[in-house]
Each structure stands twice: as structure tokens, then as C-alpha cells.
Design a protein around this ligand. Sequence first.
Ligand code: NDP
Ligand code: GDR
Length: 377
Amino acid sequence: MSTNSNTRKVALITGVTGQDGAYLAELLLKKGYEVHGIKRRSSLFNTDRIDHLYQDPHVDGRHFTLHYGDLTDSTSLVRIIQQVQPDEIYNLAAMSHVAVSFQEPEYTANADGIGTLRILEAIRILGLTKKTRFYQASTSELYGLVQEIPQKETTPFYPRSPYAVAKMYAYWITVNYREAYGIYACNGVLFNHESPLRGETFVTRKITRAIARIALGLQDCLYLGNMSALRDWGHARDYVEMQWLMLQQDQPEDFVIATGVQYSVRQFVERAAAELGVTVRFEGEGEKEIGIVESVTGDRAKCKVGDVIVRVDPRYYRPTEVETLLGDPTKAKEKLGWVPTTSFEELVREMIEADYTSARKDSLVKLAGFQAFDHHE
Ligand code: NDP
Ligand code: GDR
């Protein structure tokens, strides 16, 4: 029996404290769902992104509940799924950083690969195969060394990182449980999606955060790895809506979600700098590039002409890189009515504005004589 006493649909989100989890929880609450989220125990608060959704557990009638659990711990997953009896599970939890997966390959396989199996098995063991619909956060990283441009649902996979290999297992075990046990289970093969809530060490957020801080004199330089990498970047807010829609169809199917437009990391830097009126010139040969602030227009930027802002640090190169990703979302357009509503320019603007506002606070703290908080990763 569901913990829900009324007619609200019940959703369980793993990874609710992450970028997508926060947007999806907000969306489902707006749609009238009872939302449950799984969070990991952490020595510091890790709920910043969802604090605005928090509802006091001492007050009746709340529709948002957090549970401690971990994708590497079957006991917690079985307990939570049994208690919540969800109509829909969105499996967004993962060790999601591609570069870090080379340093923690076994953990990544356990959480991202076997973690997915643990949830599917819980659905099966608890007799929920007919009740509970399952969404798996699959990824364009599956295409890796691309076999076809643009990439669509039928493009063969060639994963290029421990992260992508783990996600490939998760993709296929989702398909297998759909075929073997009739579970309504789907893979959303989502291309990169960003937002002001993006983790600070993914390249887009690293760029917008650093450029805002450089513009305010809080940081001297931005170190990046491969600036030639090409990505198809969309907005997370648009993409979580497709996650939900995939679970509302008559038949479970897998979908590519992408914008169909591609930019390089270098172009992202240029766009972000332009938003603050900073012009960036890239110097050097091949991968040894140096970006220099050439001129400053716009009244918000405070950089001096000649300030170096972007340097290559080989530390950020990956042992095997995914050079180019470009999605073909035709199937999602036809069957889900998918239209990416946020343009690349709007996405970058929203991110840089949020980071500029936050950097301004640090700047005021510094002006008042306190040490401003800084991170360079
Ligand atoms: P984030 O890294 O922002 O969030 C990941 C979430 O997973 C966090 O809530 C994190 O918790 C949680 N988590 C990590 N490990 C575990 C674990 N062992 N047990 C339980 N929870 C865990 O990722 P995004 O929101 O960007 O992405 C969501 C999902 O979509 C991920 O699976 C990612 O791989 C996938 N994806 C993302 C794309 C993107 O461009 N954003 C594109 C395609 C796929 P904590 O907050 O404690 O760290
Ligand atoms: P990605 O995202 O690996 O595509 O995975 P990320 O932003 O980390 O990298 C994108 C590209 O930028 C290059 N790059 C750098 N990346 C980082 N993080 N830091 C740098 O300094 C840097 N310099 C250059 C990378 O080499 C890469 O080519 C994201 C994650 O959200 C995954 O979970 C998700 O599955 C995929 O997107 C789709």
C-alpha cells in the first residue's frame, strides 16, 4: 500500500540533491505529485539545491520527503521502495563526473552500473513490476568514440570512460528488465544539460563561475583542459520535463534528448566572456593555448586589458576523450513533442548572471576586509 493517503501520484527520485533532481522535484511537486527523494549521508549539508522545496516534517500534509539511502546499499533501496510504493522511480543518482570516474572506476561501476540493477531488482522482488514505472538517466557519453554524426537512438555505443562503461551496463539492464519482466522502464539518452545549479567542476559552470570572478578581480586565471571538445548543450529545466514525459507514454521506449546544435568549449568561454563585455583572445599553438583579455566594454566587467584569463592545464585532459557529441532528437520531437526552449545564448546568460550575482557577494565581503572564499577546480 502506498504511503500516500490521497490520489496524488507518488514519485521517488534518486539523486534528488543533484542538478536534475532539484529541477525534477520542483516540476513534479508543481504537477501535484507526492515526491520522495533519496539523499546520501554527508558530513556537511548537501541539500542546497532543494532547500527551497523543504517541508517541515512536523507539519501535516507535506508532499516532499527525503530518505537516507545509497545506490551502493541494496538494503536501503529495498526499504525505501517498499515504504514509498512509488508509481514512478527516476534513477538520477550517479557518480556523474567523467574525469573522476578514471580515478574511482570501481566505485563508479558499483554506483552507476550495479546501482541501477539494485533498483530494478527491488521493483521485481517487491512485486511492483506492474505498478512502478522506471526512468534511467542514460547519457550521450555512451556514444563516446562516435560512430555516426549526429547520434540518435540507433547509433552504436563506444564508451570511452569508466563512467560511460558503467552507464552502458545500466542502459542494457534497463532494456533487459523491460523485456524480461514487462517493467515499464525507459532510458533517456540525454546530451549535456546545464544550468546555474550545475556542479562547479563541470566545464560550463567552471567557466561561468571563473569568468564572473575574474571580472570582479576575485580570481586571476581559469585553467582548462581540452578546449576543442564539442558538445550539444541544453538547459536542465527543459530536459527534466522530458524525463517525466517518457514515463507518461502508452509504451516504454528509449529517447535521445538533445538540442541538435553543437559548440566547442572554447566557444562557450567566448560566449560567457562576451556576456560580461570581456573579449577573449586565444594564443599559442595546438593545445598550448592562452586566452588573454583583449578589451573590456560593458560596465559590469572590471578586468584590466592584458589580464590572462584562460590557460591550458593538462591535468584536465582525460586518458580517453569524447571529442564530439551532437544529438538528433527527431524521435523525441515526433513522439514527445520535444522542443528545446532555451537557446545556447540564453543558457550561458542565465548561468553567467547567477555566478556574477554570487561573485558580487564575495566581492563585497572582500571589500569589507574579509577573505573571499575561493575554489580553483
Ligand atoms: P549531479 O552530479 O548533479 O547529481 C548526482 C546525484 O547523485 C547527487 O544527488 C548525488 O548526491 C547523487 N549520488 C551520487 N552517488 C550516489 C550514491 N552512491 N547513492 C545515492 N546517490 C548518489 O548529476 P546531474 O543532476 O547532472 O545528472 C543526473 C543524472 O543524469 C546522473 O545519473 C548523470 O550521470 C546523468 N546525466 C547527466 C547529464 C548532464 O548533462 N547533466 C547528461 C546525461 C546523463 P550528492 O549530492 O550527495 O553528491
Ligand atoms: P562531460 O562534461 O564530460 O561531457 O559529462 P564536462 O563538463 O565535465 O566536460 C565537457 C568537455 O569539456 C572538456 N573540458 C573540461 N571538463 C571539465 N570538467 N573541466 C575542465 O577543466 C575542462 N576543460 C575541458 C572535457 O574534456 C569534455 O570534453 C557530462 C556529465 O554531466 C555526465 O554525467 C553526462 O553523462 C554527460 O555530460 C552527458
